[in-house]
Design a protein around this ligand. Structure first.
Ligand code: DAH
Length: 343
């Protein structure tokens, strides 16, 4: 009985050796290993036949099986090494690098449309003597409201409109507080521009909780509404084209007196009427006015000696008009397909 089994074992070993040597890939080799040495492989089958052997034969056969397995393990490793080497060589030949090929074109960066508008506004007003000031985005309540003559019961102070940091600090709701910082820190005459992020609890197609404004302020002797209108007319013509007109509409802001809102004839249809201007021929740009003497006094400036004007407008709105963007939220989404259009 033993002899017969050992013969069988030999045959299996020969078959396995052949399969190992003839395997054409590591995958095939591995499959051969499973077939012979795996849990349900040919060797496992042989072991099942142990039961037919006598008590003395069993250990002898076991020894033969172990020796055979050891030999096969060695042959397997040899074959594996050979195939791995061969496969690596094939791969290296196949994947050779052509170092003369041009590299992939790097993605170019581009300015954000809001930055484009800010830069353009700053450049235009620099021509008539304005320079940039920046203020903090977290403002003291006094700077954002009190000093600007916005009384405690003013609707803009409502929790619904303003993000409060604590009872004394807010995320600035407009860029106007930069007026106060400048008045407190610098000596007139002054011509300043303050672009920056502002925050309000508001969100829909045309409102974003974080948007941008540009504040302008001039402080000098004998300043009038005529100076303000001349400045804004110059600015609008430079920005949108010389054929456009500017108009004032009476309005109210606590920090200016008198106050106005300023519109320009629609840059899209040149005043004929279109979707952008809702067929009125005019688009609203921002607010303006002569600086309220109370504001000057809060900042330690003598209103008998110095007067000024101020204006402020939303940058998103300018970009919407300039580039025809339909949804204000696009500015914050960082969608490369949107941004690419401004390269
Ligand atoms: N701060 C105003 C707002 O956020 C805009 C504004 C109006 C600014 C009139 C001014 C101004 O400087 O004179 O709605």
């Amino acid at each position: 009985m033993l002899k017969e089994q050992v013969e069988r074992l030999k045959r299996v070993e020969e078959e396995a050796t052949e399969a190992f040597v003839e395997a054409l890939s590591s995958r095939q080799l591995y499959e051969a290993k499973v077939k012979f040495l795996g849990k349900q492989g040919a060797f496992a089958e042989l072991m099942k036949l142990m039961g037919r052997l006598s008590a003395e034969e069993k250990p002898q056969f076991g020894k033969e099986v172990n020796l055979s397995k050891q030999r096969l393990e060695g042959r397997y490793q040899e074959a594996e090494l050979k195939l791995k080497k061969q496969e690596m060589e094939e791969r290296l030949a196949r994947e050779s690098l052509d170092l003369t090929l041009p590299g992939p074109e790097p993605l170019g960066g581009a300015r954000h449309p809001l930055s484009l508008v800010i830069n353009e506004v700053v450049e235009i007003l620099a021509k008539i003597g304005y320079s940039v000031r920046l203020g903090p985005q977290i403002e003291g309540d006094w700077f954002n409201f009190e000093a600007l003559n916005i009384p405690p019961d003013h609707p803009s102070r409502d929790l619904q409109d303003t993000f409060y940091i604590d009872s004394n600090h807010v995320l600035r709701t407009h860029t106007s507080p930069v007026q106060i910082h400048t008045l407190l820190n610098e000596k007139p005459p002054l011509r300043v521009l303050a672009p920056g992020s502002v925050f309000r609890c508001d969100s829909d197609v045309s409102h974003s909780p974080n948007f941008h404004q540009i504040e302008g302020m001039l402080l000098d002797k004998k300043v009038s509404m005529a100076d303000l209108k001349g400045t804004l007319a110059f600015f609008i013509k430079e920005l949108f084209g010389s054929s456009l007109k500017v108009r004032f509409r009476p309005s109210f802001f606590p920090f200016t007196e008198p106050s106005a809102e300023f519109d320009c004839s629609c840059p899209i249809c040149k005043g004929k009427g279109c979707r952008m201007c809702k067929n009125s021929g005019w688009v609203e740009i921002g607010g303006c006015g002569l600086i309220n003497p109370k504001v000057l006094m809060h900042a330690g400036v003598d209103p008998k000696q110095w007067q000024g004007f101020a204006f402020g407008f939303g940058i998103e709105r300018m970009a919407i008009i300039k580039y025809g963007v339909e949804d204000i939220r696009l500015f914050n989404e960082n969608d490369i397909r949107f941004l690419r259009q401004f390269e």
